[in-house]
Design a protein around this ligand. Structure first.
Ligand SMILES: NC(=O)C1=CN([C@@H]2O[C@H](COP(=O)(O)OP(=O)(O)OC[C@H]3O[C@@H](n4cnc5c(N)ncnc54)[C@H](OP(=O)(O)O)[C@@H]3O)[C@@H](O)[C@H]2O)C=CC1
Ligand SMILES: O=C1O[C@H](COP(=O)(O)O)[C@@H](O)[C@H](O)[C@H]1O
Length: 494
């Protein structure tokens, strides 16, 4: 990228003392600078409650970078771009002084009046902060102003609408960047390319050739330090409403007529509109919820969810969800999209398996009724890549087949949960590219879909815990597919 194209901005992070800023945002900004995607024309104003000063913030940023990447030289030059602004979320005067600081840094770093307001704090403050930004004129000026909003975007459709109205009263839709960090993952972005740049797949990508699609996002970690947030949320709100349904829409969308934000979004929205609503009396038939009990992960004993914190003692919150999602449109009628996500499962893995329809019988296997369908596996994490499962002749005499795999590994990215996704999304936001952010219509349709499940589950006490930590979830999740004559394909490569 030539210097002329490098985006410039003052980035204001509300909630700079928090976990997200430390683990994801500082390392991402650092990588953007290291990789030359941004130049010297940037400043970061960290806004927080604590009585910190610039030096405290700069030390904190330095530690975060070193924790992520090891010891680094010349960090002082990078951290000198960071400024601390103590604030009270409700107090107008703090926004006025913030405005003055933005203008000073804009002049000093020549950022052309461009501003990003990144809300990395508890969602109950999103509306207030957006309103104060507007009321105090912080988004005015010569350059662009953009608002980045973290999840959760509401608790259900009703609260999401209220939140959206508040934010829309302060910012235009095209200034709002709702983050879903899965959309920044390399292999999630690759779904579109694999589909639409390969005749081999696109011609077969429909209900005539695909039997089912399975999306698993499993985690071996438990609730960690986030009991308060998580128990109020559960796996459906935490993972299904956003990340899982976003992956469904990318897998199921029609080819966009152009690679523009509007065209891609419009195709994704059509998929979400075509999701078959789950009627109250069909929830149990199509969805399974679970909560982890004690068990062991990597040979270490781990406690049950209900023993992770005092307030979880009698929790009815699901830490696991599996479901059969149906899309009622011409391309996908009759093809189940199975989704599965949970905490304290066997391994950390996000994987998509596209199971193609099998041939009626395979003469090359000793047992001619054995099923060896072709699979396309998209490995989102930890090992990024694509694997195609085929059948080929077994070496030696005789006409016997054996399953083989053609594997491509993307070795460019090292490890799970790297700041990669945030790095890309921050850059997209600076470049004004909203394609990999969620539009309000997507958020609303996803809430509408999951609200139906949540309404039923919240009014019925479950028999929790119902799966052992270190397993792949409750047995009902296996039965969900068995009823349809399928099974979950393994998440680990054998
Ligand atoms: N952490 C993560 O991995 C992820 C987080 N998110 C979302 O990002 C957002 C931030 O999460 P996270 O960083 O984990 O949260 P933390 O609780 O770690 O940090 C919250 C931040 O908000 C500040 N804050 C809280 N209350 C006030 C207030 N009344 N006035 C001013 N500042 C306040 C805190 O300041 P102080 O420390 O001074 O109290 C802190 O800087 C949330 O919406 C979360 O859902 C989304 C995906 C992943
Ligand atoms: O948004 C969230 O995602 C993480 C999983 O993200 P990943 O990139 O590590 O797959 C999940 O742990 C968390 O509960 C949820 O809020």
């Amino acid at each position: 990228m030539s210097n002329k194209q490098k985006p410039k901005a003052v980035i204001v992070i509300f909630g700079v003392t928090g976990d997200l800023a430390k683990r994801k945002l500082f390392p991402s900004i650092y990588r953007l600078r290291q990789n030359g995607n941004i130049g010297e024309e940037f400043a970061v104003i960290g806004v927080g409650r604590r009585p910190w000063d610039n030096d405290t913030l700069r030390d904190h940023v330095e530690k975060s970078i070193e924790n992520s990447f090891g010891m680094r030289e010349n960090l002082k030059n990078f951290t000198s771009h960071f400024y601390y602004h103590p604030f009270d979320v409700q107090e107008a005067s703090t926004y006025q002084t913030l405005g003055t600081l933005i203008n000073e840094l804009d002049a000093e770093y020549q950022t052309d009046g461009n501003k990003i307001f990144y809300l990395a704090m508890a969602p109950e403050y999103f509306g207030t902060v957006a309103n104060q930004i507007k009321e105090n004129g912080l988004k005015e000026g010569t350059g662009w102003s953009r608002l980045v909003i973290e999840k959760p975007f509401g608790h259900d459709l009703e609260s999401a609408k209220k939140l959206n109205n508040k934010i829309r009263a302060a910012f235009e839709e095209n200034q709002i960047y709702r983050i879903d960090h899965y959309l920044g993952k390399e292999m999630v972005q690759n779904i579109e390319v694999i589909r639409f740049a390969n005749g081999l797949f696109e011609h077969l990508w429909n209900n005539r050739f695909i039997e089912n699609i399975q999306i698993t996002s499993s985690e071996s970690l438990g609730v960690e330090e986030r009991a308060r947030y998580y128990d109020h949320s559960g796996a459906t709100r935490d993972m299904v409403q956003n990340h899982m349904l976003q992956m469904v829409s990318l897998l199921a969308m029609e080819p966009p007529i152009k690679l523009t934000t509007e065209e891609i979004r419009s195709e994704k929205i059509k998929v979400l509109r075509a999701l078959r609503p789950v009627e109250k009396d069909q929830v149990d038939e199509n969805f399974v919820r679970g909560q982890y009990g004690e068990g062991s992960i990597l040979d270490e004993k781990v406690p049950a969810y209900q023993h992770e914190a005092e307030e979880l003692a009698a929790s009815n919150t699901e830490t696991f969800v599996a479901g059969r999602v149906m899309i009622d449109n011409y391309r996908w009628a009759g093809v189940p999209f199975y989704i599965r996500t949970g905490k304290r499962m066997t391994d950390k893995s996000t994987k998509i398996v596209v199971e193609f329809k099998d041939i009626p019988m395979n003469l090359y296997y000793e047992n001619k009724t054995d099923k060896h369908p072709n699979l396309l596996v998209i490995n989102i994490q930890p090992d990024e890549g694509v694997t195609l499962h085929l059948n080929a002749k077994r070496g030696g005499t005789g006409a016997f087949a054996e399953p083989i795999k053609l594997a491509y590994k993307n070795t460019g990215i090292d490890g799970v949960n790297t700041p990669e996704a945030y790095e890309k999304l921050l850059l997209d936001c600076m470049l004004g590219d909203g394609t990999n952010f969620t539009h309000w219509d997507e958020v609303a349709l996803s809430w509408q879909y999951v609200d139906a499940l949540l309404d039923v589950w919240e009014n019925k006490t479950a028999h929790f815990p119902n799966y052992e930590s270190g397993s792949m979830g409750p047995k009902e999740a296996e039965e969900l597919l068995e009823k349809d004559g399928f099974h979950w394909w393994p998440i680990l490569d054998e």
